[in-house]
Design a protein around this ligand. Sequence first.
Ligand code: IMP
Ligand code: MG
Length: 173
Amino acid sequence: MEIVGKLLLTSDSIYSRVMELAERISSDYQGKEILAIAVLKGAFMFYADLIRALKVPVTVDFIIASSYHGTISSGDVRVRYESLEDISGKDVLLIDDIIDTGISLKYLRELLLNKRPASLKICVLLDKKERRIANVPIDYLGFEIQNEFVVGYGLDWDGKYRNLPYIAVLKDI
Ligand code: IMP
Ligand code: MG
């Protein structure tokens, strides 16, 4: 398969890191049940790999949110789907693909905290720390990356490249 842009993380390196995260999460939540909420669309691949490797009981749920237009973060978060399921008293793990400015996750965190879960932790695969505007606690992180626009493994540019099994830096955009 032709690599789109510069290869940043191979499918093997992503997989090993996801398994490490799953180990840590499983041990931290021993004796509990996790309500794993994916932030769609970007988190779908990471989420599916991660929750398959968890060794504690898991229930699944989804939020569809968007804040991005092309490669510029708009800072305007839209929740297009939110489940009607009650999360109060549950141990919620919010799973996203990438934290950039932090605006989206800060917004979603507050939205969920208002529903009084027993606990709320956040797990993200990638962190572009340099770009942070909003402060959000990240409990589980896959990789810290440079301030470059990346695609693959769920992440898109204009709706494309989400299906790539690796993560690449998109060039010439
Ligand atoms: P934030 O609100 O600025 O933290 O942006 C969060 C969302 O922007 C992420 O969940 C992604 O959907 C998207 N995003 C941020 N950086 C990238 C990137 O490099 N590639 C693809 N999507 C990105
Ligand atoms: Mg996202």
